[in-house]
Design a protein around this ligand. Structure first.
Ligand code: FAD
Ligand code: FES
Length: 287
């Protein structure tokens, strides 16, 4: 009698184009149009590890699929967090879903912030508006590995006091040792006692050693153009400066060409780029 050998378990490679089923656990309102969503795999499995700065493609079934940066703690293995500003059909649909709703998740995709390269150095974070979301995992990482980094300096600009993201956390981070948080708003109103002006106007308060600093920037492109110039004049070299770029995306994995930006595909060569490598493109307004 012949005996049949049991087939060995074969690891099945994940298809990056197939969304995995997640369940919405919590929705927290950040501002009038921005919400933080926490999702978990619907089978209770652990999430795929991600690097600060990476994004997922989120499927609002029946509406559309969009790229959204992961804004939560990279150490968490049970859930993924996203902060979403409702600007159109898909974002509006995602933020209006209730806990228990199904959402499809592909990824994580793209390049991350250089948290390893920055080890032993000051970390300067410059964020505008929703641009703070993809940088929040860097802040968690630095605070959890405090002895590995020098000063943590966060320069954050929002349109108005009501549009400041993570206000409670900003106050908590500001109280941490070796950490500086400076926030400014474009329009303060009568009760605002803080800084008023675009984010570059608060650079003068940053206590940093430009030769030993790694800068990470995310926000509207106009802000990044001016902020990178300001950093250069403060003595931070272009090759120690990193920016996160946004382009329309479809596949998220370098197949469709939707996100092409000069010679780069933002979904796989970015979204985080070292500034000296894309400096020419950032300053060409028509791209
Ligand atoms: C790598 C990457 C990461 C991203 N991370 C985040 C994130 O963490 N949080 C987040 O909220 N968004 C993020 N975005 C932007 C997000 O993908 C878009 O806001 C979303 O695709 C809009 O889809 P929609 O169907 O809701 O709106 P659409 O119907 O596509 O657009 C509706 C209107 O909003 C305008 N619009 C589109 N995108 C933006 C935008 N970014 N800002 C202002 N107006 C816009 C359009 O021009 C249009 O007028 C990211 C984008 C990329 C490429
Ligand atoms: S989104 Fe398809 S190539 Fe980048």
């Amino acid at each position: 009698m012949t005996t049949m050998a049991m087939p060995e378990a074969v690891a099945v490679a994940r298809d990056p184009m197939v969304p995995e089923p997640y369940v919405l656990r919590r929705v927290a309102k950040e501002t009038h149009d921005t919400f933080t969503l926490t999702l978990a795999p619907d089978d209770g499995a652990t999430v795929h590890a991600f690097q600060p700065g990476q994004f997922s493609m989120l499927w609002a079934f029946g509406v559309g699929e969009i790229p959204i940066s992961i804004s939560g703690d990279p150490e968490r293995t049970d859930e993924l967090t996203y902060t979403i500003r409702a600007v159109g059909a898909t974002t509006r649909s995602l933020v209006s879903r209730k806990p228990g709703a199904d959402i499809g998740v592909r990824g994580p995709f793209g390049t991350g912030w250089p948290v390893d390269v920055a080890r032993g150095r000051d970390v300067v974070i410059v964020a505008g508006g929703i641009g703070l979301a993809p940088l929040r995992p860097v802040i968690y990482h630095v605070l959890q590995n405090r002895a590995d980094y020098g000063r943590l300096i966060l320069l954050y600009g929002a349109r108005s006091p009501a549009e400041i993201l993570y206000a409670k956390e900003l106050r908590a981070w500001a109280r941490k040792p070796n950490t500086q948080v400076v926030t400014t708003v474009d329009y303060g109103g009568l009760s605002w006692r803080g800084h008023v002006g675009v984010v570059t106007t608060i650079f003068k308060y940053a206590r940093l050693d430009p030769k030993h600093a790694t800068a990470m920037l995310c926000g509207p492109e106009i802000m990044m153009r001016f902020a990178t110039r300001e950093l250069e004049s403060a003595g931070v070299p272009r090759n120690d400066t990193y920016v996160s770029m946004e382009r329309n995306m479809q596949c998220g994995v370098g197949l469709c060409g939707h996100c092409q930006w000069g010679p780069h595909f933002v979904c796989k060569d970015g979204p985080v780029f070292r500034y000296d490598r894309i400096h020419g493109l950032v300053n060409r307004h028509e791209l």
